[in-house]
Write a protein of this length. Structure first.
Length: 119
């Protein structure tokens, strides 16, 4: 299992921000939405505490709640022996999308924890 690596195309299509290192000297907050080019979008430290930071906090909360809802919906389907391969693929895609979102939130919050912004 340790040798398993996600394919580049899956990573780029599903989680384009993964694998891109944040410049820790910048201390910018990773926002929960992509930039115009589809890559990571950051908020400068001067923007913390403002309207955009509040919107990012609200967006993260909604994204995490949606992920929990999707997991609750698909968990019984994954245990259903009668589930078709098509249904399971659809469930896997939705769960992978949610996982990418949660990883983005975790990366953002982890960076802020390291900076002492979250208690």
């Amino acid at each position: 299992m340790a040798d398993m690596q996600p394919s580049d195309s899956f990573e780029q299509q599903s989680c384009p921000h993964l694998g891109q290192l944040r410049d820790m000297t910048n201390r910018a907050r990773l926002l929960p939405w992509p930039g115009e080019d589809g890559g990571p979008c950051y908020l400068s430290p001067e923007g913390e505490g403002g309207e955009l930071a509040s919107l990012a906090d609200q967006t993260e909360a909604v994204q995490l709640a949606a992920g929990a809802e999707v997991l609750g919906y698909f968990r019984p389907k994954l245990d259903d022996p009668a589930a078709s391969a098509e249904d399971l693929r659809f469930a896997a895609k939705q769960l992978a999308r949610c996982l990418c979102t949660v990883l983005r939130v975790a990366e953002s919050r982890g960076g802020r924890l390291a900076d002492g912004e979250l208690s």
